[in-house]
Design a protein around this ligand. Structure first.
Ligand code: ADP
Length: 789
């Protein structure tokens, strides 16, 4: 079965039959053709054999009859001569030749078969020979010798002696005995061979069939049926007897005296089928033959009829395959076209009902299912499209609303930050003046409220950004140790105020030079550390950093653990606290403040850094927050990076070095009078000289007129904003060939992309309002030192 299948596939591949149509056409023809050819071959073979056999049998039958007739002919002629030998006139002691002659003459005149009858005496001399020569000695002839032995004899074909036309005869002889049964002579009778021809002609048949006699030498004795034609063609003379040899191979067979049939080339050079048989009275052979062409005529006729029938049958397969094709291939082609149309998004395509009706049942079902499916898809697609359209409209509206909301939040944040800068800054400055304990308390409360408000604004701003779109990471190479230390420093003040110790520890094998977003990482850390400090009344907060695994050669998975000895979180609240606006309970909120956004933001950021965040906690004992991030491995490796790094921060930070430096010329570009006042107050006790420009335009003019060591640039200002002013200053510096003066953006725009925007315009750093005095002084010290180096 498998072999057949393979053969089928091979044939199809060889002939390139790869469509149902071509397969049906070809195999349809083949199904008719193959049995037809096989049948025809079998029929042809058997019919051919049959025809040949039948013809040979007919021939055999015929020559058998003919042989009987000829043998009878011999027998009768021999009997005639025998009768003559018994004539009383011959028995007398002294023959009366005259009487014998008269008797012979009388006999000869009464018939026309015998050409001569001769009486030969005992000595072998012809004595009575009317119409022939008497006195001839024939004692040397076989018929005399046979007669002398008392036997009858029939000669071969002989040419009649004395006959002018060379007439062929067969001589019959019979001995003549006297009344004492003594040999007395013999009677000879020459029978014209032509008389046998008459018998032979009785048995001629067909157009090409003939019978003839040959002698042992294979020479034809009887006259050919086609003698006229042979003479005409110059192949034979008038008397063509004994001049045509038959095929020597055949002669060999027939001369063995056997009876049989054979196919051979005859004396006329024609392919014939013949039957042969030897006569009883003589060693002559009678042959009956018919040309093969004539024998096979009826066979060819039958074959032709059969071929025509097959041809008609094959032509009939054409409509048959067309019908099959219509029932099988056409619907399948339509189904394929339908599938294509669907792929192209056209669901209106259907297989025609008229085609389905004439298909076979399986294909009918397939077409119906296809049509049903197409209709279903069309309706569902339409419904979906409608829904999609509605959704798109809704989404666009929601997006527009979200953008508007985010924009609003950003603007609000900016608007709140600007006065908050003054409030917090002034509060800070007020705290540095001599105050009564009560005043100090009021200032502390006001500053704490301001800080809380700032945190709230930061959280809202972060969340609005995260919700607005997908927050992106700003990757750069950073030092993990510095990032961790900076973060701890930020939390330090709160910890100090609550009398809580803050420990941090980076495990020895942790790499320090990494690639990632340090700002986002710090944001998560600050959130967790700030919470830890906020929810801890006594004890300590620790931060532990370690390398967890190395997923790929170029990446590191870091594990951060923030542990506190605070109030703890109930088990049932451990999961939800990472949801937005979730707090453990309302009373806590009142006591500790907060919005419930910090952990939600931290979770989103950690996930953005391909990590996860989770918490373990025990009520009244403390909480441990864990989070992982995957960061890249940086290029620089310093020795310090491989060492264990531990810190304990609990001391007051010294004032920045810059304060002890040379006085610097600083230009503050700020449109808000409150903020101008604040920065002036911040720098009051420093050696720095502050010059103020109310907008970007004035700033550019001042910058071109005087040498400044540092510029603080507000970004949103009337006349000329900070971005344009910075660009103009940078272009001017370039034109003049001057070294770059540090320009620090000092703005209430706190989004990350705002930082990118300010840097793009030419600023060296981005500080957000409200700004603390220490941050401002640090920045001055940092940039001034960098500038001096
Ligand atoms: P917020 O602190 O602004 O309320 P968070 O999202 O940072 O918002 O925290 C959500 C809540 O999870 C907090 O209100 C608090 O109830 C609980 N929580 C967070 N950190 C701790 C902690 N270290 N100890 C106890 N409770 C905590």
């Amino acid at each position: 079965m498998q072999v057949l299948g393979r053969l089928f596939n091979c044939i199809n591949a060889l002939l390139g039959l790869n469509t149902l149509k071509s397969l049906l056409r070809f195999w349809g023809f083949m199904l008719v053709l193959l049995p037809c050819i096989t049948l025809m071959l079998i029929f042809t073979y058997y019919e051919l054999q049959n025809t040949k056999r039948e013809s040979a049998e007919n021939l055999e039958q015929m020559i058998t009859m003919q042989q009987d007739t000829i043998d009878k002919w011999f027998h009768e002629r021999a009997a005639v001569i025998r009768d003559m030998a018994n004539w009383p006139v011959l028995k007398a002691e002294t023959e009366d030749i005259e009487s014998i002659n008269a008797r012979i003459r009388q006999f000869l005149q009464s018939q026309d078969e015998f050409s001569a009858v001769i009486y030969v005496n005992k000595a072998g001399v012809t004595v009575a020979a009317p119409f022939a020569t008497a006195g001839i000695d024939i004692s040397d002839r076989p018929y005399y010798q046979k007669a002398a032995q008392g036997q009858e004899y029939i000669s071969d074909v002989l040419t009649a002696r004395g006959a002018a036309d060379g007439q062929l005869v067969v001589v019959f002889s019979a001995p003549v005995f006297d009344e004492y049964r003594q040999f007395k002579g013999l009677m000879l009778g020459a029978v014209k061979l032509a008389t046998i021809d008459k018998i032979m002609k009785q048995f001629q048949f067909g157009r090409t069939g003939e019978t003839y006699l040959i002698n042992q030498q294979g020479l034809m004795i009887t006259e050919s049926r086609f003698i006229g034609q042979l003479v005409k063609n110059g192949v034979a003379k008038d008397n063509a007897r004994l001049s045509f040899p038959i095929n020597s191979e055949t002669l060999q067979v027939v001369s063995q005296g056997k009876t049989g049939t054979a196919a051979y080339t005859n004396y006329r050079g024609q392919e014939v089928i013949g039957a042969y048989r030897q006569l009883i009275n003589r060693d002559w052979i009678i042959i009956g033959e018919v040309e093969k062409g004539e024998i096979l005529e009826s066979f060819y006729r039958q074959i032709s009829i059969m071929l025509i029938c097959f041809l008609v049958l094959m032509l009939a397969t054409l409509p048959l395959t067309m019908v099959l094709e219509k029932r099988l291939a056409t619907p399948i082609r339509r189904l394929i076209a339908g599938a294509d149309a669907m792929r192209a998004g056209d669901y209106s395509y259907r297989v025609e009902q008229s085609l389905i009706d004439v298909s076979v049942s399986e294909i009918k079902t397939l077409c119906n299912v296809f049509n049903y499916m197409a209709e279903n898809i069309r309706t569902k697609t339409e419904t979906l499209n409608d829904a999609n359209q509605a959704l798109t409209v809704a989404r666009d509206a929601a997006l527009a609303a979200s953008v508007a909301k985010s924009q609003f939040l950003a603007n609000m944040s900016h608007e709140i930050r600007t006065p908050l800068n003054a409030i917090l800054g002034m509060g800070e400055l007020l705290g540095e003046t001599p105050l009564t304990p009560e005043q100090e308390k009021y200032v502390r409360v006001s500053r704490s409220a301001g800080e809380n408000l700032l945190n709230l604004i930061n959280d809202i701003l972060d969340l609005s950004k995260i919700e607005l779109g997908h927050p992106t990471l700003n990757k750069s190479e950073f030092d993990l140790f510095i990032a961790v230390e900076e973060t701890c420093q930020i939390i330090l003040l709160q910890a100090q105020q609550k009398g809580i110790a803050l420990h941090w520890h980076i495990k020895p094998e942790t790499p320090s030079c990494l690639v990632g977003d340090p700002v986002r990482l710090q944001q998560v850390l600050i959130n967790l550390l700030a919470n830890a400090v906020k929810f801890t009344e006594a004890g300590e907060v620790t931060l532990e950093v370690s390398q967890r695994s190395q997923p790929e050669a170029d990446f590191v998975e870091l594990l951060f653990v923030v542990r506190d000895t605070g109030i703890g979180i109930p088990q049932d609240k451990l999961g939800p606290i990472f949801e937005r606006f979730t707090q453990v309970d309302a009373s806590d909120t009142r006591k500790y403040g907060g919005t419930g956004l910090g952990l939600a933001i931290a979770k989103r950021l950690v996930e953005l850094m391909e990590g996860r965040i989770w918490v373990e906690s025990m009520l009244g004992v403390g909480s441990t927050f864990y989070f992982t991030v995957i960061v890249g491995r940086g290029n620089e490796t310093t020795e310090a990076a491989h060492l264990s790094c531990t810190g304990f921060i609990a001391c007051q930070q010294p004032m920045p070095e810059a304060i002890r430096q040379e006085p610097l010329n600083i230009l503050l570009v700020e449109d808000s009078a409150d903020n101008q006042l604040l920065i002036e107050a911040y720098l009051k006790k420093t050696p720095y000289k502050l010059d103020i420009a109310d907008n970007g335009q004035i700033a550019v003019e001042k910058f071109m007129a005087r040498q400044y060591d540092l510029v603080f640039m507000d970004m949103q200002m009337p006349v000329l904003d900070g971005y344009q002013a910075t660009r103009t200053i940078r272009n001017w510096e370039q034109e003049q060939g001057r070294t770059r003066t540090p320009i620090i953006a000092l703005t209430a725009y706190a989004l990350q992309e705002d930082g990118i925007k300010t840097r793009d315009s030419g600023c060296d750093a981005h500080l957000t309002k409200p700004i603390k005095k220490r941050v401002l002084l640090d920045a001055i010290a940092h940039f001034a030192r960098r500038n001096l180096m």
